[in-house]
Design a protein around this ligand. Sequence first.
Ligand code: ADP
Ligand code: MG
Length: 284
Amino acid sequence: AAPVAFLGGMSRSARLGVIVKSSGTLEQLARTRTVAFDKTGTLTYGVPRVTSVHAEQGGEDELLALAASVEQYSGHPLAAAVVAAAQAGGAALPAAHDITEIPANGVRGIVDGRFVAVGSARFVAQETGAEPPHPPEGHTGVHVAVDGRYAGYVALADELRAETPVTMAALHRVGVRSTMMLTGDSEHVARHIAAQAGIDDVRAELLPQDKVDAVRSARPRPVMMVGDGVNDAPVLAAADVGVAMGARGASAASESADVVITLDDLSRVARAVYVGRRTMRVAW
Ligand code: ADP
Ligand code: MG
């Protein structure tokens, strides 16, 4: 493309809160046919809140405190929500030691001499040898195992961004053929959010490498991947156009992103494709 058209496209995009890093990116952006999204923090606000606690035996407050005592050492948004809920009761959290965090799975540690594992249904099923129960519809379960036995779950809800459904419709209007959700969360929660969002294709229970593979095999190309910048640098790098969203995207992932959205507004993704197509004179 002519440099002049590129510079025009860059400044038009920047005014819309979209920073495009190179002319090659603008070209790919203009031709985008598939858009994949991370769920947490991208399609949703990424601020989960505890809604209920289910304990197999004993008290719910006790289960919440036990989960929080290992979660206090994790930086995951679910962990922060569990800790906040446990501290809301005013009780001090028991200390934990020998903490190990397994990304996209959960956390293990020792609390009062008991071996505690906290995380996804799949992760806790590996600890207990049995499939945990489902939390209420649309809720993410942070499951807990104590000494290899299932102890219960903390249920959390994360709200869909208000602009997500209109953004999916706008992407189709500017010629995007397919929208996808890639998430480490359960199939259950993924389907619930995808239905509210109007997402075409759902891939759940993915580990970080599975997300990379899903982006590489997605068709039609070019494929755009939109993430919030938390742990998604490899998957952004695997896409033809990697987009980091919002204030939190200002971390590691914005360096591996080709496009940075500086406003906390998902609809900018559709505006960016539109401006790219106009600038590069790509028909849609
Ligand atoms: P997402 O794809 O939604 O960004 P992640 O890849 O960060 O999710 O994590 C995948 C899943 O692993 C989460 O939905 C959760 O079930 C579980 N998980 C990861 N870290 C933690 C943690 N610290 N506490 C509880 N659950 C966790
Ligand atoms: Mg994430």
